[in-house]
Structures are given as C-alpha cells and as structure tokens.
Design a protein around this ligand. Structure first.
Ligand code: HEC
Ligand SMILES: [Cu+2]
Length: 360
C-alpha cells in the first residue's frame, strides 16, 4: 500500500516537473525568490534605525553565527566519521572492537554546550533588561500615551497635550517613552526598524523605550490579532531632524495651533457638515468642537488631520478623494470600522473632505 502511493507520488512528480506548467512556474518561482532579495524592506528588523531594533538585530546575528559554526562542526565531524568508518569493499563481516563509550569525550561534549548556553542565557537576559531600562531623568524624553483601539492608534503627547492618530512623530537621537494601553482588546505596537514589540493591554500601562538614530519614515503594524480589521491597523513613525524647517519642534508648533478657519465656500460648507451631521459626537477639532470625554468608539482628533500622510491607520493615502470615500462609507475601506456610516450625500462628503484636508 505504502509502496504504491509513493510510486504514484513519484510518477506524479516526474510528470509535473516535465510538464509545460512547470516550465512556466519555475521562472516565476525564481523571480519570487529573487524578489525577496530586493533592497526595499520597510519592515526589516535587520536594518535597524533605532536602538530597540538594534539590540534585537545584534542577538539575531550572535545566535545565527554561533549556530552556523556549531552546525558546521557537528555535520563536519559526522561526515568525516561516515566516510572514514563506513564498510569498504573487501572488509570482512566481523564486528568492530566494542567498548563502553569514552568518559573524557562525553564530559567534554556535555560541559562545552552547557557553558555556551549559560553564557548566552546571561547575555540574553542582559539584553532584555537593556530594552526595559528606564531612561535617565536628566535627558530629554518624548513621552507619549499610546492607546490601541479597534483598529487605529491614538497618540497623546504628555508635555504638549497634542493628540494625534496613527502617525507618531519623534526626533532623531532623542529618547522616546511610550506608555501603551488599550481601549478594547489586546493590541501590540511594533515598528520593526526602530523599536521592540510590546502589547497594549486594556486596564494596564506598559512602557516601551527606544531612541531612533536615523531620520525618515518607518512603518509598523499592530502585531496582535485584534479583530476584523487587524490587518489594517498600521503605524507610521516619522523621525524628524533636530534642526531645520522639518524639525520636530516645528512639527509640535504646527500641531499646537488651533484648527485653521475654512477659506473657500466648499470648505465652509464642509465645516457645517462636520458641526451638524454628528461627526462632532466622536471627533475633536480644537477651536470648533472639543470632546470632554472619550469612549471606546471615539475617533481620532481631527484638528490637523490634513497634515497626516495617511488616514484610517494607513488604510488610505490622505487626499480629498480618499477622505470623501472614507466619510461616505468607512466600512467599505475597513471592515467593521467603528465609525458610524452617516449616509452623507456625495455633495456633503466632498465638502467635508475639502474642509478636513485644509486642516494642515
Ligand atoms: C461613532 C463615532 C464616529 C462618528 C459619528 C464619526 N466618526 Fe470619524 N472616526 C471614528 C473612528 C472610530 C475612526 C477611526 C477608524 C479607524 O481608523 O479604524 C474615525 C476616523 C475618521 C477619519 C480618519 C482620521 C485619521 O486620521 O485616520 C476621518 C477623516 C473621520 N473619521 C471623519 C469623520 C466625519 C467627517 C464624520 C461625520 C460625517 C465622522 N468621522 C463621524 C468614529 C466616528
Ligand atoms: Cu490591533
């Protein structure tokens, strides 16, 4: 029975590999493999841009190199033994000399792995403590309360009281301390190139410390299955330079301003839509309407929503067209999104999108 199925399997394999579809599929497989080698990996933990990711990458290489060396020694010794001691032509059938092991060798190959494991254990626990090290008091620290919500991230800056969503702005070379919690289920914050990964758990606050050392934009993802739109719960970290027009301080200044007043007729109509169609029961626009209390379904602060590069946790690029698409039917973009579909008319959606996009 077993013979028969393996025979069928090998027949099938031979047929498949000599068929035309294989000739077609093989280059595709090779292309996919080569594609994996391209240099564009926005979530590459082995290309660190912050100290948290750097520690993880360091451990990856330590274990990778050590394990490769050990693997080579073990497989090498095994290969030599197989070649040297296997039965050769002309050998007689008598048994080789029988003995009872070798005490010295056995002690050696027990003690060496034990020592390796102890040393790795000590170093690894050291790394875990380093990742969890509270930043020293004297230095500048950007402290942000992070709330995971189905399916987006709320960022509340402790010093400046800025509240924003999904795009976390920090500064090159400056320590960051996130305090992670959740408004509903367990989420996990992870920007692979910069920080370690940490759960955001309801009713608790867990810190995540890191220091980015490269300017630029780094994407991340909620890393804990959290419901229907878990896959659309992205994060973008924007690391600003210390000086210049694009500096972190300038970003803070811009965000501290009240919302811009509408200038065109369309934007004015859009502001009216925001004020009259129920949007303000879930969203704050400072200077227009501020929520006094937040709930699980309360949405992002929209005071400067036009300055974001994406909306709905990276589900859409931020522009007027996409804003209109989102407000008309959030669930068509993001399954089960917790924003009510208010059945806006096309005209109202267009107007409110124009107004929101002007809030730079
Ligand atoms: C029941 C509460 C609720 C109401 C009412 C509501 N929203 Fe929302 N809104 C949300 C939630 C929650 C999100 C986040 C959804 C997500 O990303 O998963 C959101 C997201 C948004 C976003 C994306 C913001 C960003 O930075 O990602 C915009 C823009 C927006 N809402 C505009 C509106 C407008 C305009 C109205 C009125 C027509 C409105 N909302 C009504 C809860 C609400
Ligand atoms: Cu999540």
């Amino acid at each position: 029975m077993f013979r028969k199925t393996t025979k069928q399997l090998s027949d099938w394999l031979i047929a498949a590999t000599s068929s035309r579809s294989f000739a077609l599929l093989a280059p595709i497989a090779v292309a996919l493999l080569l594609g994996a080698c391209s240099s564009n990996h926005p979530r590459d933990t082995l290309n660190p841009a912050g100290d948290g990711a750097q520690i993880s990458a360091w451990f990856f290489w330590l274990y990778m190199i050590l394990d490769t060396v050990i693997f080579a020694i073990v497989v090498g010794a095994l290969t030599i033994a197989l070649l040297k001691f296997s039965k050769k032509k002309g050998d007689d059938d008598s048994l080789p000399p029988q003995n009872h092991g070798n005490m010295k060798l056995e002690v050696i190959w027990t003690v060496i792995p034990t020592l390796i494991l102890v040393v790795l254990g000590v170093i690894t626990i050291g790394g875990v403590f380093k990742l969890a090290e509270k930043p020293a008091e004297e230095q500048k620290v950007i402290e942000v309360d992070v709330t995971g919500k189905q399916w987006w991230w709320e960022f509340d800056y402790r010093d400046s009281k800025i509240s924003t969503a999904n795009e976390l702005h920090v500064e090159e070379g400056t320590q960051v301390a996130l305090h992670l919690t959740s408004a509903d289920v367990i989420h996990a914050f992870w920007v692979p190139r910069v920080s370690g990964k940490r759960d955001a758990t309801p009713g608790r606050s867990y810190p995540l410390y890191f220091k980015p050392f490269e300017k630029g934009e780094f994407v991340g993802q909620c890393a804990e299955l959290c419901g229907a739109s878990h896959a659309r719960m992205g994060i973008k970290m924007i690391v600003h330079p210390v000086k210049g027009a694009d500096s972190y301080d300038n970003w803070v200044k811009g965000q501290l301003a009240q919302a811009a007043a509408p200038t065109t007729a369309l934007q004015k109509a859009g502001k009216k839509v925001f004020e009259t169609k129920g949007c303000a029961s879930c969203h704050t626009i400072r200077g227009v309407k501020e929520l006094s209390q937040r709930s699980r379904t309360t949405g992002p602060d929209l005071t400067h929503v036009g300055s974001r590069t994406t909306i709905a946790a990276l589900a859409l690029t931020n522009n007027e067209e996409n804003l209109a698409k989102w407000v008309k039917n959030p669930q068509s973009v993001k399954e089960a999104a917790l924003m009510t579909n208010l059945n806006l008319s096309d005209a109202d959606a267009k107007a409110v999108a124009a107004y929101l996009f002007s809030l730079k």
